[in-house]
Design a binder for this molecule. Structure first.
Ligand code: 0A1
Ligand code: ZN
Length: 874
């Protein structure tokens, strides 16, 4: 480890940025300066209306340090009515959208009054209207769309909030903290006042006003305090809130047990809204959620939906400590709260479900979303060095790779020392805005371990590639490892990383762990490690449980992988062996080389027949890697060749092992309301087996799928069956789609599934279907969930999006351009589908580039989309 540098990569810092337009300037991490003025207290008064809302803000401001710079308050789209300082009308200037006030004294009271227009707010940032209610989204920079304020996370204030509005339109008025007063006004109006005792950055401010009903419950904390819990939804949705409530209580108990973290206020509210840019938001004591992560029942939500709700409810709750009590100094430190909180929610989901399956799912997400990001033009470190629009950095790198980084600390330190470290971190930085370095320092100080070498994971972008080879002589096996880091944008020269690899040796004959698992840390470009007492032919089991977020190529024969797939003592490594086996066949097929289907078929058959494996694991293990994952392994991507290779392998499996797949498909004995890991596993295997069967005899598979669809007493089976049917050419396809639509068209979240399933269909005419769906009366471009269901889902449908005639590219580019005029944040999140254009065969590569250029040339492009397209083209 001694050789690994942890400095900030000098060559990278001086490398040129993407070309920037003068209005779209980059913000740089190294330019951080503490705030000129602090705002210890703020009082907000809202006169609420859907069309127009009036906001009066009273800020107590304090000069921070010795300087004579004016008070600079961020604003965005605010109509200024009045400004005063210490009660007197004040001189002020506008610097672009910001309000600048010269203040002679070191302290002052500044009052502003503005009007804003929630119903015209299609960006869904700041205060906006959704389904007749008003709600806020302030992370990252939405508060400046509500009032003038130093909108940065290192300005922490105590909030008092008074809301007044029509009692019939807004019977429920909520904000952060405790409700301290309420009353009635004239003209059918009423008001409520809230105080939040914990100083917070403005991105955690929230307000909700609307006609909502609550599912109420309570939780008694470990010190015996009773917390009132409420989940607020429209009345008709109340029956769908119980799973979210159960998840919340589980998360509260888990954070006490595993991290010693207790909830700190008397109330905790969750509100579900149907128009929301992201998943959910951790506003102090008033979490606001995309309704997709709150509402569920057996009829309308799949097992995956239930799991996602538990995960997101826990994630937002965990932010109360990792995010709210300790927040980020600046947005470059975003992973301080997000990477850590994702690690916490992953650990929670593993503990309440099946740890092996959860790890497989997490790694699949990482590979499908983060690895491509890390190897493409939008690659950035977990702690980025610069950004144009911070919303573009809520990425898989900051969240999921950030979580892997925390996991590595956990692995290297062990659970006990890691916990000591987090205890110290929370104690040391409570009430502060901290940095990633502060986090590592707390882990180091509490554990007495030098972690400095690992800090390069924060600053160096790109996925390390490791080659592994195991030699065997006498009773010694030697593992030879080599690491390599490719250049990424603005980081042309890389340094070796410390890579913690959990490694064991399995005996080929005995199938036993002949050298028990040990943690080795590869921290040189090349290194060898010895294993003694090797008494039989050794098989290499490496990066067990995916201990490091890397790509590893181990020299292993198909027969070795087959053996490991059955015998490895680490469940994740068993899954990996199976995936490697399939991946080798798929990439060979895509390159037009001979394919060894037999070993794959044998391994799948053994997995299906095993009595030792549970159904959920079997389903994951036999799932053939997606086109997207295969494309990541190809030097030149030809989507048709990849798709054909995958179809051939699936067909070979279906033809050879139809009976076993049918048995797995038919295995039953669970009812739809059984949400145990076992029941979920049986349902998952049922549909995965059906999917494989559909690659064989289509007509039979269509019958089986339609039977599953018709018989289903739960959404998992129903959606699973429809997901298979949509890709088939059988009469049952349209029948099932129509039946689904007719039954669920009034339920927005289920209708999203109807759009998404068709956008994900593996068919030659998917582009045509998607174009038609974009004209469907139920397609609403202003609703982020609906837009993602159609356009976002289509962008991830590798074969269809990359259709050779370029119509997929045209469709998505048109959608991005149209959406950008309404909601830049959501539009920008669809750009990465074009990001890897350089890796495609020349015809598609040129068309993808043209699509990006056309978006770039659109007049009035938002900062969000501009940053993504200009970096993709650079
Ligand atoms: N902090 C939230 C994510 C989030 C970020 C931005 C948002 O507004 C557009 C909304 C939510 C989380 O990690 O849950
Ligand atoms: Zn988060």
């Amino acid at each position: 480890m001694a050789d690994v540098r942890t400095s900030n990569l000098p060559d990278a810092e001086t490398a040129p940025e993407a070309p920037l337009s003068p209005t779209h300037m980059a913000i740089r991490r190294e330019d951080y300066r503490p705030p000129d003025w602090l705002v210890p207290e703020i009082s907000l008064k809202f006169d609420l209306g859907i069309e127009t809302t009036r906001v009066r803000a009273t800020l107590s401001v304090e000069r921070n340090g010795q300087h004579d710079r004016p008070l600079n308050l961020d604003g965005d789209g605010l109509e200024l009515v009045a400004v005063s300082v210490n009660g007197q009308p004040a001189e002020h200037q506008m610097d672009g959208p910001a309000l600048v006030i010269d203040i002679a004294a070191d302290r002052a009271t500044v009052e502003t009054e503005v009007t804003i227009h929630p119903s015209a707010n299609t960006k869904l940032m700041g205060l906006y209207a959704s389904n007749g209610m008003l709600c806020t989204q302030c992370e990252a920079e939405g508060f400046r769309r509500i009032t003038f304020f130093p909108d940065r996370p290192d300005v922490l204030s105590k909030y008092t909030v008074r809301m007044e509005g029509n009692a019939a339109a807004f019977p429920i008025l909520l904000s952060n903290g405790n409700r301290v007063a309420e009353g009635k006004g004239g003209d059918g109006r009423h008001w409520a006042e809230y105080e939040d005792p914990f100083p917070k950055p403005c991105y955690l401010f929230a307000l909700v006003a609307g006609d909502l009903k609550a599912n109420r419950d309570s939780f008694t904390t470990m010190s015996g305090r009773k917390v009132d819990l409420a989940i607020w939804v429209r009345e008709a949705d109340l029956p769908k809130t119980q799973h979210a409530m159960n998840s919340l209580k589980l998360a509260m108990a888990w954070d006490e047990k595993v991290y010693g973290r207790e909830y700190d206020l008397d109330q905790f509210n969750i509100v579900a809204v149907s128009d929301f840019n992201m998943g959910a938001m951790e506003n102090k004591s008033l979490n606001i959620f995309n309704s997709a992560y709150v509402l569920a029942d057996q009829e309308t939500a799949t097992d995956a939906d239930f799991d996602n709700i538990a995960r997101v409810v826990a994630h937002e709750y965990f932010h109360n400590w990792s995010g709210d009590r300790v927040t980020c100094r600046d947005w470059f430190q975003l992973s301080l709260k997000e990477g850590f909180t994702v690690f916490r929610d992953q650990s929670f989901s593993a503990d309440v479900g099946s740890p092996a399956v959860k790890r497989i799912e997490d790694v699949r997400v990482l590979r499908a979303a983060q690895f491509p990001e890390d190897q493409g033009p939008l690659a950035h470190p977990v702690r980025p060095d610069s950004y144009i629009e911070i919303s573009n950095f809520y990425t898989a790198t900051v969240y999921n790779k950030g979580a892997e980084l925390i996991r590595m600390f956990h692995t290297v330190l062990g659970a006990e020392k890691f916990r000591k470290g987090t205890d110290l971190y929370f104690e040391r930085h409570d009430g502060e805005a901290a940095t990633c370095d502060d986090f590592v320092k707390a882990l180091e100080d509490a554990s007495g371990t030098d972690l400095s070498a690992f800090k390069i994971w924060y600053s160096q972008a790109g996925t390390p590639k490791v080659k592994a080879r195991l030699d065997h002589e006498g009773s010694t096996a030697t593992l030879h490892l080599e690491q390599h880091e490719d250049p990424t944008p603005r980081q042309p020269n890389k340094q070796p990383m410390p890579i913690p690899l959990k490694t064991a040796i399995i005996g080929e004959e005995s199938g036993a762990e002949i050298c028990p698992e040990r943690l080795i840390v590869l921290d040189q470009p090349k290194q060898s490690f010895r294993f003694e007492n090797v008494s039989e032919t050794p098989l290499l089991s490496i990066n067990r449980n995916f201990s490091a977020p890397i790509m590893i190529t181990a020299e292993r024969r198909p027969q070795e992988l087959d053996k490991l797939a059955q015998a490895d003592t680490d469940a994740f490594a068993r899954y990996e062996a199976m995936q490697e086996l399939m991946m080798a066949a798929l990439t060979a097929g895509a390159r037009g080389e001979p394919v060894d289907c037999d070993t794959v078929i044998k391994a799948i058959s053994a997995t299906l027949k095993s009595n030792a494996l549970d159904p959920a694991f079997k389903a994951e293990a036999i799932l053939v890697p997606s086109d997207t994952l295969v494309a990541e392994r190809m030097d030149v991507v030809d989507p048709d060749a990849i798709h054909a290779s995958r179809d051939r392998l699936r067909k070979a499996i279906a033809d050879a092992r139809g009976e076993e797949l049918l048995a797995a498909h038919r295995s039953d004995g669970v009812s739809g309301d059984d949400l145990s890991p076992k029941a979920k596993g049986i349902r998952r295997l049922r549909t995965v087996a059906l999917g494989l069967l559909s690659a064989g005899d289509e007509a039979t598979a269509a019958e089986l799928a339609k039977a599953q669809f018709d018989r289903a007493d739960n959404m998992t089976d129903r959606q699973g069956a429809l997901g298979v049917l949509v890709s088939l050419d059988a009469p049952q396809r349209q029948e099932a789609l129509d039946a689904f639509y007719n039954r669920f068209h009034d339920d927005a979240l289920v209708l999203d599934k109807w759009f998404a399933l068709q956008a994900a269909a593996q068919r030659r005419d998917t582009v045509d279907q998607v174009l038609k769906l974009a004209q469907h009366p139920d397609f609403v471009i202003t609703n982020p969930n609906r837009l993602r269901s159609l356009a976002g889902m289509f962008g991830g449908n590798h074969w269809a999006f990359h259709s050779a005639d370029g119509r997929g590219y045209k469709f998505l580019a048109d959608m991005i351009i149209a959406a950008d005029k309404l909601n830049p944040q959501v539009a920008a999140r669809m750009v990465p589908a074009f990001g890897r254009w350089r890796r495609f065969e020349p015809k598609r590569s040129a068309m993808m580039r043209e699509a990006l250029e056309r978006i770039a040339a659109t007049p009035g492009l938002s900062r969000d989309v501009y940053e993504q397209v200009s970096k993709s083209l650079a």
